[in-house]
Design a protein around this ligand. Structure first.
Ligand SMILES: Cc1cc2nc3c(=O)[nH]c(=O)nc-3n(C[C@H](O)[C@H](O)[C@H](O)COP(=O)(O)OP(=O)(O)OC[C@H]3O[C@@H](n4cnc5c(N)ncnc54)[C@H](O)[C@@H]3O)c2cc1C
Length: 310
């Protein structure tokens, strides 16, 4: 249930006047919509066909207008967990941008953050503020909204661990704040998926800046050593099955370096699938299915996709 209940005391300042992001009543400029926008421009895999319509949304009012228009509406963040098919998607793809959705505000150990804020900007800003709890997200690309929808994280912690409230808009037209007790976060899954997240409130801990920075540096060093950093991917293709690692299974099935068309299983980390210049989404879909079949034949484990396919 959404509510406009008062916040818990430590975040109360966010509810006061100017600092609260409530509805915007001033005149809004028209929403920027492009037709047949290639989604390869908006994903880290740099693959996939166009969106019939692509809207850059700068205010809640514009987002509400798009919702009221009806029709199929999806939201994209940094496109870092997405594989878009070669023929693209029907309907409208919305991307939040601008000051109303890209901000970080502090009230003690509580941060209020806009959904379009780059996740790494949030991680680094919290570290500079001496706030701990986001270090496990160091190095994960994309936006705060995408990370909330996917419950992005690592074994060092996930975003859902620190979310205390989320402001959302629904396709039904309903909007408001959802309390942590009304949300569900599991391994790379969140009940926020399917809603349009516009703002989050996070409860962090107090820490020593140097220690937080050291932890982030260590995590980044580990990522650079163990992942194909700087290559075109959407992160881990599959979720880790309980008690095992998808990368270990793919490697043990002899699939490191395995290639189909312009895509291949990374030699560095077997759960990362890399796209090259001539890659197509159809190559990636075939690689995903082939790897899944081979791992299942060899170990009897049916891997579940972590990447989302549009
Ligand atoms: C090199 C690399 C490393 C990665 N490492 C990790 C890792 O360690 N851990 C991890 O969890 N992930 C990892 N990922 C995957 C990805 O970065 C995360 O899932 C990220 O949180 C996705 O955010 P995004 O903004 O890019 O979302 P997108 O890919 O744009 O969208 C993903 C989903 O979120 C939805 N969404 C986006 N914005 C919103 C919003 N405002 N409201 C509601 N729904 C929204 C979309 O509709 C879609 O369903 C990695 C990816 C790459 C490329």
């Amino acid at each position: 249930m959404m509510s406009e209940k008062p916040l818990q005391a430590s975040c109360a300042d966010f509810r006061d006047g100017a600092s609260a992001p409530g509805p915007v009543h001033s005149a809004q400029k028209d929403i920027a919509v492009t037709e047949n926008e290639p989604l390869s421009r908006h994903t880290t895999l740099k693959l996939g066909g166009p969106a019939a319509k692509f809207a850059l949304v700068e205010s809640r009012r514009q987002l509400d207008g798009l919702i009221q228009n009806g029709g199929q509406l999806r939201i994209i963040g940094g496109g870092s967990n997405l594989l878009v098919r070669d023929d693209g998607v029907q309907g409208t793809v919305a991307r939040l941008s601008g000051q109303e959705f890209n901000y970080i505000r502090q009230d003690g150990s509580c941060l209020k953050v806009g959904a379009a804020t780059p996740l790494q900007h949030l991680v680094n800003t919290a570290a500079e503020m001496g706030l701990t709890g986001l270090e496990g997200l160091a190095g994960i690309p994309g936006t705060v909204g995408g990370a909330a929808a996917c419950n992005a994280g690592t074994r060092d912690g996930a975003l859902g661990d620190v979310i205390i409230r989320a402001s959302v808009m629904e396709l039904t037209g309903a909007s408001g704040w959802i309390e942590a007790s009304e949300m569900k976060f599991e391994y790379r899954r969140s009940s926020l998926k399917g809603s349009f997240v516009t703002d989050l409130e996070l409860m962090l801990g107090r820490g020593r800046r140097e220690e937080i920075a050291e932890k982030i540096a260590a995590i980044m060093k580990q990522r650079r050593a163990s992942q194909p950093y700087g290559r075109r991917s959407a992160g881990c293709a599959f979720k880790n099955p309980p008690g095992d690692s998808a990368g270990r299974l793919i490697d043990a099935a002899g699939l490191k370096g395995f290639r189909i068309g312009g895509v291949s299983v990374s030699e560095v980390h077997a759960n990362f699938f890399i796209a090259e210049k001539n890659a197509k989404s159809s190559d990636m879909l075939e690689l995903i299915e082939t790897v899944r079949e081979r791992v299942n034949e060899r170990f009897g484990t049916l891997l579940e996709l972590e990447i989302e396919i549009w």
